[in-house]
Write a protein that binds this ligand. Structure first.
Ligand SMILES: *Cc1c(COP(=O)(O)O)cnc(C)c1O
Length: 417
């Protein structure tokens, strides 16, 4: 980054510090990851100089000889990897992708039925502070109070009662597999379209570590920057019959020119995701989450739903008498990065809820395994037990950083290394 260093030393320095921070901490935010050097290079390429409104061979600008080839190739890779009939790789991110789907397939005022945000759903699934809950009518299903898992009978009952035009299956803080087959049946039964939002689990789906939403969903959206280990961006995959409406909704409906540098980096990530190494990666994410979950439960932590079968863990800290935000802040001081999170039926407020959310995609990208996950769970336990003892937390931080040195972070070359 020599040119950056000379042109803008302040920005350069912040990026260098962030690099070191990402190397020297255990990053447990389940939506984060480390992308490869190849993905970073494509993201930082001259493709950022291009404008190419439209789609391959149907552009509103000349000069697309390479961009057309590129986007066509990335679309084909996406279709092949997920087994989809059609792919749109232009959405700027996950929320705009979902918005594009609603704009394409619903009329204003139609009804969306998604998972409630405090129960693990995403803002863009019709939650009331999102435009998706304002431009469309919205009803929200929840998890069961006892099991804190999805109750598919209750989902079906709500669908029969509410008759939504679209059902959204997918989550951002749900530690269990989602049964897309049952969602497909329910949608069919009530004449709704099914949108599967696999933003968090796309990498697991590709690896075969989580059941695929195909062929049950009419439309599938996903971010590419979470378990899929690509640049910040998103894709919409759908049946042929919806292809035109989806494409027109993304452009010109909602967006202007696609981010071609991102398209290129998505292509690289999709190529990487089609390898045997990535399959192994996806399964290791799940094994790691399970190992961490077991160790936490052995240490008396209350995990929502009693464990995990994907990449994430939701810890209800009520029995530890430490609020989620306080826990997350203390963990950060020990170089363990996570986020405070609402738990289902949380008696506390969303800005200071009862839980923390942990995930294994990023640490698994560094090659950490079950042994390290148990070690991390032990440190989490120590921090929570000594949450007011800054000196003890600092000592734990030293151990965490020391462990991190043994696991190089993909994509990052520190200055002086
Ligand atoms: C992360 C996420 C999104 C949104 O992604 P952004 O790129 O942050 O807009 C959408 N849906 C789900 C389920 C997510 O987890």
């Amino acid at each position: 980054m020599q040119a950056l260093k000379e042109t803008d030393p302040e920005i350069y320095e912040l990026i260098r510090q962030e690099e070191r921070y990402q190397v020297e901490s255990v990053r447990l935010i389940p939506s984060e990851n480390y992308v490869s050097r190849a993905v970073l290079e494509a993201s930082g390429s001259v493709l950022t100089n291009k404008y190419s409104e439209g789609y391959p061979t149907r552009r509103y600008y000349e000069g697309q000889r390479y961009v057309d080839q590129l986007e066509t190739m990335v679309i084909e890779r996406a279709k092949t990897l997920f087994g989809a009939e059609h792919a749109n790789v232009q959405p700027y991110s996950g929320s705009p992708a979902n918005l594009a789907v609603y704009c394409a397939l619903l009329k204003p005022g139609d009804k969306i039925m998604g998972m409630a945000l405090p129960h693990g759903g995403h803002l863009s699934h019709g939650w009331n502070i999102s435009v998706t809950g304002q431009f469309w009518k919205s009803v929200q299903y929840t998890v069961d109070r006892e099991t804190r898992r999805l109750d598919y009978d209750a989902v079906r009952e709500m669908a029969l009662r509410e008759r939504p035009q679209m059902i959204v299956a997918g989550a951002t803080a749900y530690p269990r597999q989602i049964d897309f087959r049952i969602f497909g049946e329910i949608a069919k039964e009530v004449g709704a379209l099914l949108l599967a939002d696999i933003a968090h689990i796309a990498g697991l789906v590709v690896a075969g570590a989580h059941p695929s939403p195909f062929p049950y969903a009419d439309v599938v959206t996903t971010t590419v920057h979470k378990t899929l280990r690509g640049p910040r961006g998103a894709m919409i995959l759908c049946r042929k019959e919806f292809a035109d409406r989806i494409d027109r909704s993304v452009f010109p409906g909602l967006q202007g020119g696609p981010h071609n540098h991102t398209t290129a980096a998505i292509g690289v990530a999709l190529k990487e995701a089609s390898t045997p190494a990535f399959k192994h990666y996806g399964h290791q994410i799940v094994r790691n989450a399970r190992a961490m979950a077991e160790e936490l439960m052995d240490r008396g932590f209350d995990l929502v739903s009693g464990g995990t079968d994907n990449h994430l863990i939701l810890v209800d800290l009520t029995n530890k008498n430490v609020p989620g935000k306080k826990a997350a802040r203390a963990l950060e001081k020990a170089a363990i990065i996570c986020n405070y999170n609402t738990v289902p039926y949380d008696p506390r407020k969303p800005f200071n809820p009862s839980g923390i959310r942990l995930g294994t995609p990023a640490v698994t990208s560094r090659g950490m395994g079950e042994e390290q996950m148990r070690q991390v769970a032990g440190w989490i336990d120590q921090v929570i037990r000594q949450v007011n003892d800054d000196a003890a937390i600092a000592r734990i931080g030293e151990e965490v950083r020391s462990m991190c040195r043994g696991f190089p972070a993909p994509g990052i070359v520190l200055d002086g290394d």
